[in-house]
Design a protein around this ligand. Structure first.
Ligand SMILES: Cc1ncc(COP(=O)(O)O)c(C=O)c1O
Length: 454
């Protein structure tokens, strides 16, 4: 195994080294060369090093350089060096993190990482956590706990009885709800169109004065960090009312919850700690390798009731069993990289990462605004939205920026305006990356403007 692993480490190192100089999007040629993979299944074995060589030679150029410092699309983090290394070691361990008897180390690292996260995010220490694939799955899991708790309060056991004939549950979301929450509601049988949508303000924040009546059969979904603007719902105004009515409050904080870790941004997350469940990602702002999401629930017994199953052949101990808190049974040991990131960064390192990326987003917004383009949001964290003129021009500029390859940013429609989203989520982004990307954006936008005049 040794030559194979050493050679692969060398290839991986080279890949990360060259990320800085390559185009962020793969070239059309690199995509075309993927056809080299269209081969019949070999009858016999292939040498392992040849398999990895093919993977590297064909695969690496066809990746999107989102692990580098100039990818600003969606909300996509890179991976901190220590998390890549931890991921390799965990790959060598090949642990099934489902139950303690299969991996005491995976269970321990989840325990420790959970405690550290609760501390960092300012959430109640009594919370339980599930280490899942992504924020969508974390939303699903938190909402499953909510569904359990509210129906149990009505004398209905949804896990054993199902939803047919159950007392109705009302679900309230902001008009800017992320689609992942709607997907989770769909999967849970709560329906994505029977929700009550609450009006939002110009930043996408739920309007506290527009809340419908809430009661103990209501799940209220709040958002910490809008995917377009980065805005936070006013949790401190809304949650006390929801709790007084007996509602369950779930927070989609895929990336925004991490703002709590940076002293200058923490005020944005005020009040969110009074919710009942939270969904977040480690693969966004914490910069751990895909995939890695976390659900946190104040009263872990509700998550446990929604997820836990047992069978005679399983050896269930009397400590926390990871599979009792996630939809998956067998799964990889995601806690390894979360632990490594937190252990390596420490409180201060994480605060720096969050603050630095927020400042980079502001630098983008200032540069674009100075050049005469419309920044459509208040840049409160790491998200900036810019329009380069009308919808057609903005779309053309976005396509031009992506083709230019210096950096990558995607498009959106924000409250009727076509815009480009800039999300700075990578630890690797430097001020120089921002300036280099800004120059490319302004050059492409300038060319589009001249093209329109001509
Ligand atoms: C607010 C919000 N919620 C949920 C998600 C979904 O995250 P994931 O892709 O990890 O499921 C995102 C993704 O950007 C998001 O911004």
């Amino acid at each position: 195994m040794e030559p194979l692993l050493r050679a692969t480490a060398e290839r991986a190192w080279r890949y990360r080294q060259t990320l800085h100089d390559r185009k962020v999007a793969p070239t059309p040629d690199a995509i075309r060369r993927l056809s080299r993979l269209d081969q019949p299944l070999p009858d016999g074995p292939t040498d392992d090093e040849a398999v990895i060589a093919l993977l590297d030679e064909v695969g690496s150029p066809a990746t999107v350089a989102s692990a580098g410092g100039r990818f600003f699309g969606f909300v996509v983090g890179s991976s901190l060096p220590v998390t890549v290394a931890a991921n390799w070691l965990a790959g060598a361990w090949n642990q099934n993190a489902g139950i303690v008897v299969l991996s005491p180390i995976a269970a321990k690292l989840e325990d420790v990482a959970m405690r550290w996260m609760l501390d960092l995010l300012g959430l109640p220490p009594e919370c339980g956590a599930g280490f899942v694939t992504c924020a969508t799955q974390a939303n699903f899991s938190g909402l499953a706990a909510a569904r359990h708790a509210l129906l149990a309060g009505q004398g209905w056991n949804v896990e054993t009885q199902g939803l047919f004939g159950a007392p109705p549950i009302q679900v309230v979301v902001g008009d800017e709800v992320h689609v992942s929450v709607l997907k989770a509601l769909t999967l849970l049988g709560l329906g994505r169109e029977r929700v009550i949508r609450v009006a939002v303000d110009g930043q996408g924040r739920m309007r506290a004065d527009a809340l419908p009546p809430l009661d103990d059969r209501t799940i209220l979904c709040l958002q910490a960090g809008n995917v377009n603007t980065g805005a936070f719902d006013p949790a401190d105004q809304i949650i006390p009312r929801a709790k007084a009515a007996g509602a369950w409050v779930h927070v989609d904080g895929a990336f925004g919850l991490w703002a709590a870790t940076a002293p200058a941004r923490a005020h944005l997350t005020r009040g969110f700690s009074d919710a009942d469940s939270w969904a977040t990602d480690a693969h966004k702002w914490l910069n751990v390798p895909y995939d890695s999401g976390i659900v946190l629930v104040r009263q872990p017994q509700h998550l446990h009731a929604a997820m836990a199953v047992n069978a005679p052949y399983l050896v269930i101990g009397d400590t926390r069993e990871p599979e009792h808190f996630t939809p998956d049974f067998s799964r990889r040991a995601r806690g390894v990289e979360v632990w490594a990131a937190l252990r390596s960064l420490g409180r201060q390192g994480l605060a720096d990462l969050v603050e630095r990326t927020c400042r980079h987003a502001s630098r983008f917004a200032e540069g674009l605004s100075r050049a005469g383009y419309d920044v459509l949001n208040d840049v409160v964290i790491n998200q900036a939205l810019v329009a380069f003129g009308d919808a057609e021009t903005t779309r053309r500029v976005i396509a031009g920026i992506q083709a230019d390859g210096t950096c990558w940013a995607g498009g959106t429609v924000w409250q009727g305006h076509t815009a480009m989203r800039i999300s700075v989520s990578s630890w690797a982004t430097t001020e120089e990356d921002v300036d280099r990307s800004l120059r490319a954006m302004l050059r492409v936008a300038g060319e589009a403007r001249e093209g329109a005049v001509r």
